[in-house]
Each structure stands twice: as C-alpha cells, then as structure tokens.
Design a protein around this ligand. Structure first.
Ligand SMILES: CC(C)(COP(=O)(O)OP(=O)(O)OC[C@H]1O[C@@H](n2cnc3c(N)ncnc32)[C@H](O)[C@@H]1OP(=O)(O)O)[C@@H](O)C(=O)NCCC(=O)NCCS
Length: 154
C-alpha cells in the first residue's frame, strides 16, 4: 500500500474525558444522529475500550469497543472527514483488532448501516463477514435503514 498514510505520524491511545470536545466536534460533523457527550462519557465511565488516534498532536479519529464475555463489540469507528480515504480507518481498525486479541476475545462484532459502503468495504477487507440483518434498525431523514451485522473470528 502506498497511501498518504505513509507520511502521517499516527498514535493510538486510550480516550480521556478531556478528549470529548474534539471527539464531539468530529461526531457532530460526521453523523446525522451523533452520539452525545453523555453517550461517550458513559462509555468511558463504564470501562468500555475507547481509543483516539492522534496525528501530529491532533485528534483525527476515534473508536469505542465494548466487551461482552469473550466478544468484542465495535460500537463506534469514526475518522474526521478531511482525513478519510488515507488509510486512517484501516490503521485504527487494525489496532482495535490487536486490542481485541490482547483481550483474548474470540470474535469482533459490529453493526453497520446497510448502505454505508465505505465502512462495509473496510470491514470486508479485514475479513469481517455478514452474519445477520436488523431490519429498520437505524433512523434516516426519510424513514429507517437496515443494519448489517458483521463478525470476524479472531
Ligand atoms: C468508514 C471509515 C471509518 C473508513 O475510514 P477511512 O480512513 O476513510 O478508510 P481507509 O482510507 O482506511 O480505507 C480502508 C478501506 O475502506 C474502504 N473505503 C474507505 N472509504 C471508501 C469509500 N469512500 N468508498 C469505498 N470504499 C471505501 C476501502 O475498502 C478502503 O481500502 P482501499 O483504500 O485499499 O480500497 C470512514 O469513512 C468514516 O469515518 N466514515 C464515517 C463514519 C462511519 O461510517 N463509521 C463506520 C460506522 S459502522
């Protein structure tokens, strides 16, 4: 791979409460139905595995994982718009997979909007496979959208 990522100085570290303003700025810019401060705060307070990706001191991506017994559930994976399509999402997801393996999880599970092809292609490229469909799971401006449930064995 010879993507612009090669020129980026990236660091993945645990998310802190102090990161939430930067996280929320990205979250609100990206999603029509963004998570709230309370959602992220609760994830941190509950001990979910929350990470941020720092590029030259700037927070450009983040992720939230939740453990259920020996499963790792990916709840949020987001890259700031101007840093998308540079390999950042793949880099962060690969570090989440490593995190799940170090936790000795046996699988990773996630839900993704049925028409979110960028995310679906990313997950498929890391060998996530569709294991289910939740009808009308997500709100949209003009109705509801299905969720594809994907899983990867570790
Ligand atoms: C989905 C997302 C995390 C991908 O991150 P990214 O940094 O843009 O993706 P990368 O540059 O690492 O690309 C990795 C792979 O994803 C796929 N991909 C990424 N963007 C794509 C696009 N616009 N169209 C098609 N495939 C795309 C490709 O398979 C790509 O591999 P390739 O470049 O070798 O073809 C990012 O687009 C994002 O934050 N989107 C908004 C939030 C979101 O939808 N999160 C997922 C919720 S389940």
């Amino acid at each position: 791979m010879n993507k612009p990522l090669d020129n980026l100085n990236l660091l993945v570290r645990p998310m802190l409460e102090a990161d939430l303003p930067s996280v929320l700025k990205i979250e609100k810019a990206i999603y029509a139905y963004p998570w709230t401060h309370g959602n992220f705060f609760d994830c941190l307070a509950s001990g979910y595995r929350c990470y941020v990706l720092i590029c030259d001191g700037k927070l450009i991506a983040y992720a939230v994982q939740m453990t259920i017994l020996d499963e790792m559930h990916l709840l949020n994976l987001t890259v700031a718009a101007v840093f998308q399509k540079k390999g950042v999402g793949r880099y962060l997801l690969e570090s989440l997979v490593s995190d799940a393996i170090s936790f000795q999880a046996v699988k990773m599970i996630l839900e993704v909007r049925r028409f979110n092809y960028a995310a679906i292609f990313l997950y498929e490229s890391l060998n996530f496979e569709q294991i289910g469909l939740r009808k009308n799971y997500y709100p949209t401006r003009d109705g509801r959208e299905d969720a594809i449930v994907m899983e990867m064995s570790l």
